[in-house]
Design a protein around this ligand. Structure first.
Ligand code: F3S
Length: 641
């Protein structure tokens, strides 16, 4: 029986386990990617492992998140990342060179390789026929040190694409249609593999928008086969030699099937405050917008920016709209500057920002109070934009331009023929802002006062008693647990300082109460920890003494981060028990170590309700050992003793 593409690449990289759904497997990682917001901690963790040079084929560190330098912190972090990269054998993409996923696609992505990145949108590389997975910084540091990446073997969902993209319909509309169908919980422990005759009609960078935002499905990753479109993109980047034809065998089977006729897709839009709250654009036409923001790792390629420039050429942005554009890389921005497209954007009244994540991570451009911001980004969680009362809609660049010109949401199909953008024969590639590592590692690491040592948790005790410090509902994101933005992100290498912002948007008293009570528990609903891969959403609660999170279900990356930092991710055996726990209740977890070592449920006594409930977990033996040892760093040290 033939194999699908995802299984073929996993099989080529398998170092442990069997490729059966829900079995734990270990895979060799060829490439790693760090970004600055998660990279400082990852380098501190890598340093703690004591390995002189990375063992991957290629590791790259990008600076794209913490770009505002309103104090010394971000600038210090950049120097720490640059010197650590040089010392340990990592390529360093300087601030201004672009957003990690866009630059990686342009300059490093290669068919058939595995990529592990400390950013949840690492699956962007799946457009290039890679198994590209987002993970916590500690998992990426371990892969840099040559260790396998451990994951539960995902189910492979075969998404057969038929038909072809109609005019005004792009990758963003395809993935929004997928989100409408599968929701933000529908992809957990799944890989979405696209195949079929419709693939050929989708430009490579639009495939990348689909794999990028597959992260919002909660999926492990998404992947496309490679074809002449892939070859042409690589050739135009001067990298044709890495091209390989990769596709599923003709008789391949999948664990699940879904068919999507591209010809039936219309321009789509996600309404506040979740990427799966999707409607047709035509259903919300006429809604006034105050801000339009175009860019992010989802929609900032040369193709998308040229589309935007052509739509703006000779027109003016509506007087009530602020249009913000962030091209995805220096390569993209240079090309826009040299072919005149940048002037078309500026003449129309756009505010063009430097190539970075920018407003997507709340770094500036917070919209006005109670306003609507229409963005081509991948997340519209409440408050992520920096204005708690603003509402963010998500749509393709052409919907965004149409709204910027009209001052309200418009179905772009009413604008006549869409502009045509062709793949250039040759991109203006110039790697002068990607610094290769030093030859010998003889580099002194530069540590400013913002770089504090990492905190390593204590192993758990047999009996854990504590208070329910906070009870939250479903779909709590890592932005809720530890927000991004210009105020918080610069503190990422300073755990005592950043922990003061834990749950700031949910309950600002949390850090103070957690410290007064000497830690305790957090109770959550479904899909706890969805969204960004930031491991600080585990590290900061760990620092404040949180011993376990009890939730209905967990998002994949956050669950791994909790384990890595010694916080036990527990689920209710009976989800109705969620209702009998209140904030402030005192809980006692009994026989914790014994239960974990025997893989048995943990009994939990609620003193106020005088009731015992049973808590489960879904953990592999390796994960249970990590928790017993008090997290991955303790576990790795113990194993190496
Ligand atoms: Fe950056 Fe936003 Fe992507 S923060 S990596 S542009 S999701």
């Amino acid at each position: 029986m033939g194999e699908n593409l995802a299984r073929k690449i996993i099989k080529d990289h398998l170092v442990s386990g069997e490729m059966k759904p829900n079995e734990e497997i270990g895979i060799k990682i060829d490439q790693t990617l760090l970004q600055d917001a998660t990279g400082t901690m990852a380098f501190l963790e890598y340093e703690a492992m004591g390995i002189p040079r990375v063992k991957t084929e290629k590791s790259v560190c990008y600076v794209d998140h913490n770009m505002l330098q309103i104090g010394f912190e971000n600038a210090d972090d950049h120097l720490f990342l640059q010197s650590s990269s040089a010392k340990y054998g990592v390529y360093f993409s300087k601030p201004g060179n672009g957003i990690c996923h866009q630059v990686h696609l342009e300059r490093f992505a290669a068919p058939g390789k595995t990529l592990l990145g400390s950013d949840s949108h690492t699956p962007t590389g799946g457009a290039m026929g890679m198994i590209a997975i987002g993970a916590g910084g500690l998992d990426v540091a371990t892969a840099m040190a040559g260790g396998p990446y451990w994951l539960v073997m995902p189910k492979i969902v075969g998404v057969k694409l038929t038909g072809k993209l109609p005019p005004w319909v792009y990758g963003m509309d395809v993935i929004l249609t997928m989100l409408q169908k599968f929701t933000v919980k529908g992809g957990v422990n799944k890989i979405f593999e696209y195949y079929g005759p419709g693939v050929a009609s989708i430009p490579l960078v639009e495939r990348a928008a689909i794999t990028n935002m597959g992260a919002e499905l909660g999926a492990t990753t998404s992947i496309f086969p490679t074809d002449e479109e892939t070859r042409a993109y690589l050739k135009a980047q001067g990298r044709e030699e890495v091209y390989k034809k990769l596709e599923a065998d003709k008789d391949a089977t999948y664990d699940e099937y879904f068919e999507l006729n591209l010809s039936n897709i219309e321009p789509m839009i996600a309404l506040p405050h979740s990427p799966d709250n999707v409607r047709k654009v035509s259903e919300v036409s006429g809604t006034k917008v105050a801000q339009v923001a175009i860019g992010s790792c989802t929609n900032s390629s040369f193709y998308e920016m040229m589309l935007v420039a052509k739509l703006l050429k000779g027109k003016k942005v509506n007087k009530n709209v602020s249009l913000v554009i962030t091209p995805g890389s220096k390569q993209v921005l240079s090309m826009l500057a040299s072919n005149g497209a940048l002037a078309d954007m500026l003449d129309a009244g756009a505010r063009v920002l430097e190539t970075a994540c920018g407003p997507c991570i709340g770094m500036g451009q917070a919209p006005p109070s109670n306003s609507i911001s229409l963005r081509t980004y991948n997340r519209n969680f409440e408050g992520r934009n920096g204005t708690p009362t603003a509402k963010v809609y998500l749509a393709s660049p052409s919907v965004a331009v149409a709204a910027a010109l009209a001052g309200e949401i418009v179905d772009p199909r009413s604008l006549g023929e869409p502009p045509k953008v062709r793949l250039p024969n040759k991109f203006m590639y110039d790697d002068s802002m990607i610094l290769p590592p030093s030859e010998n590692g003889e580099v002194e690491i530069i540590r400013g006062p913002n770089i504090k040592p990492i905190t390593i948790p204590n192993p758990p005790e047999q009996t854990i008693t504590g208070e329910v410090l906070l009870k939250v509902g479903d779909d709590i994101t890592t932005d809720h647990i530890l927000p991004g933005g210009a105020k918080v992100l610069p503190l990422r290498s300073n755990i005592p300082a950043i922990s003061e912002f834990t749950f700031e948007r949910v309950d600002p008293t949390f850090p103070k109460r957690a410290k007064e009570k000497n830690g305790g528990f957090v109770v959550g609903g479904l899909n706890y920890g969805q969204g960004s891969s930031r491991e600080h959403a585990a590290i900061a609660p760990m620092y404040l003494g949180v011993k376990a999170i009890i939730a209905k279900t967990f998002a994949r990356i956050h669950k791994s981060n909790l384990i890595n930092f010694g916080i036990i991710p527990l689920t209710f055996q009976d989800q109705k028990d969620y209702d009998i726990i209140s904030q402030g209740d005192s809980l006692t977890l009994q026989n914790v170590l014994e239960s974990l070592s025997k893989n048995e449920p943990i009994k939990c006594f609620n003193k106020q309700k005088n009731k015992e409930i049973v808590l489960n977990y879904s953990l592999t033996q390796r994960e249970r050992e990590i928790l017993i040892d008090g997290g991955l760093l303790n576990h790795t040290k113990k194993k190496n003793m």
